[in-house]
Design a protein around this ligand. Structure first.
Ligand code: F6R
Length: 612
């Protein structure tokens, strides 16, 4: 949440900063601001999106070769011009942009108030920038880097920060604890950003800062140290990301682009892992720990939101095929509820961003209790990826639309391969069945493509239901998590209230909602639940609900009962989620477009939830 950028070099900083903020806007878009050092510190801030800042700044003097910027997702203080970052210290010596939360800001503020500091905003960030100024003004300090380190030694909380000091116009100071920060290395220039997106167009050499790192960056020098002033060695990583990966191309929205990328991203995710010649699955990132996983007494999978839905699906797959007990937990609950973690438990954290605060905290807690921790992340080098003992990347590419689509199908792909491999290794399925599952997976990209080609029908159905007030999504077995995911997609981007339910639970409450205004989206496959789902549909029909059914091509019974259908190709039930979710993503997308919602940046949301 919140995106920060920085630049120091020979180029004008402003265009680099503004473009960087646009690339990071998915992280927050309540307000934006930049500060430029050009003999003096100049700060420009504006409520709203980055383009509003751009318009506001258009006639201002933004010249300067050093600058920082911020796009905000409000935590402390309402979204507005004053609360926008960067924040300036009381005497104007420092400006600071911050991603994260300073937990002990209230007590620090009280102390500073007693020392005569005056505050303009309600933000925790203004407390931090004033704390830095307080230390700077002590006679024995008067050095920006030392002041920053002394201030950070008093801070409890999470931060990625970039700082400019009025009297030190040849450097940016940055620090990280909990919130991500990447430094891009150019020729005589450095770039800073919350993720590599704003950097790729200039360089592919980056350094991912670790927690507790403080960076002192000049245009030709970079020093990393700890808050306590110990030197830190850094590793330069080459990133494999291109500009095409992070641009919309011909699509109207990132979300639509990402939905349409799924045949490729699913293939990218299994490529190199499914070995068609050997008829085997090899998860390279887990090789060292796999014997331990095979012996696991229990697997606990944690995640949030869409990642939690992928985890839930994995529970069904692993228990059915590998016969290992699985528990699925919301990371936000798991981290606080004092769970029992036994030796022999394996914890899997699922996260697109690899930065979700609750998931990160949950694995840190489980690690202390000695569990083997695995990560399934999309962002290479992310905090969760680095915190885990081993893991598998999802290779979905950069996902910019706030509503997760291709990351979900990539997570499901990895978790399915994991379940199939584990089932085989534990002797629960034979080679023939294993090969059948592998072949089913190999067929998925073409089948997804077939569904995408039918998007005009999905658009027509969306037109019919776009003004509904509520929607109910039903599924059973593997398709229950898909129902949850479909409902989440609809509510987050179209603001239509939607509930996902296990179809069998309907008569225990949600059936009361059914009337002739309610669209009921039924996700079904010809699996062991099929007849039962048909009964559930009869119950809805008897109460005049409108049925939209996701059906397979030969599924005539359901087709005849439904008011509208989304057709998907036949598949084995174990991989059906990867197909049935696609029309639900498109349905949510088209409804949101028709309701004129902001698709890629839905209100109140942010892509990477780095605060709890
Ligand atoms: C929904 C969505 C969120 C995320 C959740 C976890 O479309 O994107 O629900 O799935 O915030 O994020 P990650 O996967 O980054 O941990």
């Amino acid at each position: 949440m919140c995106g920060i950028v920085g630049y120091i070099g020979d180029k004008n900083a402003y265009p680099i900063l503004i473009k960087g903020l646009q690339r990071l806007e998915y992280r927050g878009y309540d307000s934006a601001g930049i500060a430029i050092h050009n003999s003096s510190l100049k700060t420009f801030k504006k409520k709203g999106k980055v383009n509003e800042l751009e318009t506001f700044v258009a006639d201002k003097d933004t010249r300067g070769y050093i600058g920082i910027g911020h796009t905000r997702w409000a935590t402390h203080g309402e979204p507005g011009n004053a609360n926008a970052h960067p924040h300036t210290s009381m005497n104007g010596n420092f400006v600071l942009a911050h991603n994260g939360i300073i937990e002990n800001y209230a007590e620090l503020k009280e102390d500073l108030l007693k020392k005569g500091f005056v505050f303009q905003t309600e933000t925790d960030t203004e407390v931090l920038v004033n704390l830095i100024e307080y230390f700077y003004n002590l006679n024995e300090v008067n050095n920006a880097e030392l002041a920053v380190r002394l201030a950070l030694s008093k801070v409890v909380g999470a931060y990625g920060i970039v700082i400019l000091c009025k009297n030190e116009k040849d450097r940016i100071i940055a620090a990280k604890m909990g919130s991500p920060l990447v430094i891009g290395i150019g020729q005589g220039e450095y770039f800073l950003a919350s993720d590599a997106g704003p950097i790729v167009e200039y360089t592919n050499s980056v350094i991912y800062l670790n927690d507790g790192n403080v960076a002192i960056i000049g245009k030709n020098s970079l020093t990393l140290k700890t808050i306590g002033n110990a030197p830190v060695n850094f590793k330069i990583t080459k990133i494999d990301l291109s500009i095409g990966d992070i641009e919309k191309g011909d699509f109207d929205h990132y979300m639509l682009k990402e939905i349409f990328e799924q045949p490729k991203t699913i293939q990218d995710t299994y490529r190199g892992r499914i070995k068609p010649e050997q008829k085997d699955i090899v998860l390279g990132g887990l090789l060292d720990v796999f014997p331990k996983i095979v012996q696991a007494k229990r697997i606990i999978i944690i995640g949030c939101g869409t990642s939690w839905h992928a985890a839930l699906l994995a529970e069904y797959l692993i228990e059915e095929y590998a016969r290992v007990p699985v528990e699925v937990e919301y990371a936000s609950e798991f981290r606080y509820r004092k769970p029992i973690i036994n030796p022999g438990d394996v914890i899997i954290a699922v996260s697109q961003s690899g930065e979700t605060a609750d998931t990160l905290a949950a694995i840190k807690m489980a690690k202390k209790q000695g569990a083997l921790i695995l990560g399934i992340c999309n962002i290479v080098g992310s905090s969760i990826a680095r915190e885990t003992d081993a893991g598998v990347y999802t290779h979905a590419g950069t996902e910019i639309g706030v509503a997760s689509t291709k990351a979900f199908t990539a997570q499901v792909t990895v978790l399915s391969l994991f379940a199939f491999k584990l089932a085989k290794a534990r002797g629960q399925i034979d080679q023939e069945f294993y090969e059948m599952l592998i072949n089913e997976m190999l067929d998925i990209p073409d089948k997804v493509q077939t569904i995408l080609l039918r998007n005009s029908n999905i658009k027509k159905v969306a037109e019919k239901y776009k003004d509904a007030v509520n929607a109910l999504y039903l599924g059973r077995g593997y398709l229950f998590p898909v129902a949850l995911e479909g409902a989440l997609k609809l509510k987050e981007i179209s603001y239509m209230h939607a509930e996902g339910y296990a179809a069998g639970e309907m008569k225990h409450g949600p059936i009361a909602l059914v009337d002739d205004n309610l669209p009921v989206i039924v996700v079904s496959a010809k699996d062991g639940y099929y007849e039962k789902v048909l009964n559930n549909i009869q119950e809805v029909k008897a109460r005049k609900g409108n049925i939209i059914a996701v059906v397979t091509e030969s599924n005539n019974k359901l087709r005849n009962m439904a008011d509208d259908i989304f057709e998907v190709p036949e598949s084995h039930p174990a991989v059906a989620a990867l197909l049935t979710v696609i029309p639900l993503q498109l349905f949510a997308y088209y409804i949101a477009v028709m309701r004129e919602c902001n698709i890629d940046q839905p209100r109140n949301l942010a892509k990477s939830v780095t605060v709890e």
